[in-house]
Design a protein around this ligand. Structure first.
Ligand code: SAM
Length: 197
């Protein structure tokens, strides 16, 4: 398996086709978790083409979608228009993003898999960036090879990184993904729902 660094041009290229690479439907763990969190201001990290942002906006959340792919965010805006909802798209590299204190009711991180120093820094900012009672909704791929301590960590490492959030649900296991043409078939993922208490 190759884990070379993938810059914004790689993702612009992936998103340049008309079809949505991960589909237009939201991630199913997000669909399960969303009714359990306070409806308010959400930031979605590495939102890509907007499937999760648009779903949350349809539920009444105020959504900010961050990604470094301008092509992905253009499709996110188009999907929002198609469904007649508003989302704010921010073109930014997570490497430059600061999660400001007491700002968010929800942080969504669904298949946002930046290099590990970026993930570690953002995870360390999570607890203070969430408002009291705010939530993290996280799903990511887990690698079973040498990259398990890199971009694709297991759930134990992720839980240590997001401390002191209170974890209400954490699961690592193999599941079938059916998200567009790129997330298909059996994958090991880590799913976390955690709260600032
Ligand atoms: C596997 S896709 C997932 C997209 C979306 N979260 C979803 O589940 O449909 C990974 C996304 O991460 C974005 N990304 C990767 N590294 C990034 C970085 N350093 N800063 C901002 N976005 C990044 C890519 O542009 C891409 O949209």
């Amino acid at each position: 398996m190759s884990h070379e660094k993938k810059g914004s041009r790689y993702w612009d290229d992936r998103f340049s086709k008309q079809a949505y690479a991960y589909g237009e439907a939201p991630n199913d763990f997000l669909v399960w978790a969303a009714p359990q969190v306070k409806k308010g201001k959400v930031i979605s990290l590495s939102e890509g083409e907007g499937r999760n942002a648009v779903y949350l906006a349809q539920l009444g959340f105020e959504v900010t979608a961050v990604d470094f792919s301008s092509v992905g965010l253009a499709k996110a805006q188009a999907l929002a228009e198609k469904h007649q909802v508003k989302i704010e798209c921010v073109l930014a590299d997570l490497n430059d993003l600061q999660l400001e204190p007491n700002t968010w009711d929800v942080v969504v991180s669904v298949f946002s898999q930046p290099e590990s120093p970026i993930r570690q820094r953002l995870n360390a900012q999570l607890a203070s960036s969430l408002k009291m009672g705010g939530a993290l909704i996280h799903e990511s791929k887990v690698s079973e090879d040498e990259d398990a301590s890199g971009k694709y960590p297991g759930i134990a490492l992720l839980q240590r990184e997001i401390a002191p959030l209170h974890v209400s649900f954490a699961h690592q296991g193999s599941r079938i993904l059916a998200e567009g043409s790129y997330h298909v078939g059996s994958h090991t993922t880590a799913q976390i729902l955690a709260f600032r208490v």
